[in-house]
Design a protein. Structure first.
Ligand SMILES: *[C@@H]1O[C@H](CO)[C@@H](O)[C@H](O)[C@H]1NC(C)=O
Ligand SMILES: *[C@@H]1O[C@H](CO)[C@@H](O)[C@H](O)[C@H]1NC(C)=O
Length: 373
């Protein structure tokens, strides 16, 4: 399709939109709302996410995948017990398999080395606040990153964790180098995936981490580790795995700051916004393959659930839903401006499997490290 045709599609929509808000005299012939044809939706998708395909056959194939994804999004919409909306996303022209290969972390689903869980103190029993959102604290959370064609969610989440913990503990805002984690890591597999602890081991081995500004993200693993070239801006002493109790995780988050979690990312391909409330059937908690940064929690206002099931007016649920707030590394165009929310209290998508955080601070001496096996 020629670009001018695409443009006029957009223009027509725009005019229709404008017309609704203007006086009758100004109104173009208003055909009234009608469902957009699949092809039109696909064209809008292509414009919005700048997608073009090499030939008509490929275009047809992608349109077919797109149609299947929209049907899948509709099913998820019906199954979801929370407030999530599923639909057109930047990944709507990818098969589930492609999505997994492009964004999943192959290694995270492998056999994890045994890392002991902190049982933690019993202090937490007291009070877990009802809400917590570290995005509201200036200088704690850096901008949403885009991992591009590099399976480095593990490094991005670890960097986000170190930045946040450093800012909270040392009252100093830093943005650390993900590229250093990719170029210098010996345990992980660079842009082919890794565990979040591979990143921490690299930070320990390099005695700190350079800044993103000095050692910026390239989207591919560099030929050489350039750790020695730049001064360090943040250090860690060690890293720990937290309890799998979601109340304890919330308490740790509220008192110490953001941590990393590894989840099953299956539902995120079609996710637009809202709180995902999955079940072990819709999102297997054992099959975790994506590392993200947990930055807060809260609960939805007691409003009617969108769920279509509640047909009789009596059964409209006015329950509120507790959720986690997570920072993803798929750019700010995805989800809720780069973030998403998962139900809190049901081990949604395996969120309690690997709750891990670094403990920041300058170590007294260089530590000997080795890759876990
Ligand atoms: C759109 O994609 C093409 C490659 O397919 C690229 O050259 C161009 O820079 C992109 N434009 C934007 C605005 O991202
Ligand atoms: C630690 O760094 C040295 C180079 O300074 C490297 O040879 C070694 O493989 C690294 N070890 C790990 C576990 O990353």
């Amino acid at each position: 399709m020629a670009p001018t045709v695409l443009l006029s599609c957009l223009l027509a929509l725009l005019v229709a939109g404008l017309a609704q808000g203007t006086k009758d005299s100004f109104r173009v012939q208003d055909p009234g709302p009608r469902p957009l044809e699949l092809r039109e939706v696909f064209t809008l998708f292509q414009i919005q996410y700048n997608r073009s395909y090499s030939n008509p056959a490929e275009h047809a194939r992608r349109l077919d995948i797109f149609a299947r994804n929209l049907a899948q999004a509709q099913r998820l919409q019906e199954e979801d017990l929370g407030t999530a909306n599923f639909g057109v996303t930047p990944f709507s022209d990818l098969t589930e398999e492609e999505f997994g290969q492009l964004y999943g972390n192959q290694r995270a689903d492998g056999k994890a080395p045994s890392v002991d869980r902190e049982t933690g103190s019993d202090e937490w029993e007291g009070s877990v606040p009802s809400t917590c959102d570290w995005r509201k604290a200036p200088g704690v959370i850096s901008s949403v990153k885009y991992q591009e064609n590099c399976l480095c969610c593990w490094a991005m989440a670890a960097a986000g964790n170190i930045e946040a913990q450093w800012a909270i503990k040392h009252k100093e805002s830093v943005e650390v180098s993900v590229q250093e984690l990719l170029d210098c890591g010996r345990c992980g597999d660079g842009c082919r995936g890794g565990y979040v602890w591979d990143a921490y081991i690299t930070v320990l081995n390099n005695s700190g981490l350079a800044s993103e500004k000095n050692y910026p993200f390239q989207g591919v693993v560099g030929k050489k580790c350039q750790a020695k070239k730049y001064k360090k801006v943040a250090w860690i002493q060690d890293f720990i795995m937290l309890s799998d109790n979601e109340q304890k995780i919330a308490w740790y988050l509220a008192t110490e700051g953001p941590i990393t979690v590894t989840i099953n990312m299956k539902l995120l391909q079609q996710y637009k916004n809202g709180v995902i409330r999955a079940t072990p059937t819709t999102c297997d908690p054992q099959h975790v393959n994506h590392v993200v940064l947990l930055v807060g929690f809260g609960k939805t206002k007691s409003v009617e659930r969108r769920r279509a099931k509640a047909v009789s007016s009596q059964s409209h649920s006015r329950q509120s839903t507790q959720y986690w707030i997570l920072k993803n590394s798929w750019g700010a165009n995805w989800g809720e401006e780069g973030y998403f929310r998962l139900h809190r209290g049901s081990n949604a998508c395996g969120i309690t499997k690997y709750p891990i955080t670094a403990r920041v601070g300058k170590p007294d001496k260089k530590q000997r490290v080795s890759c876990p096996r």
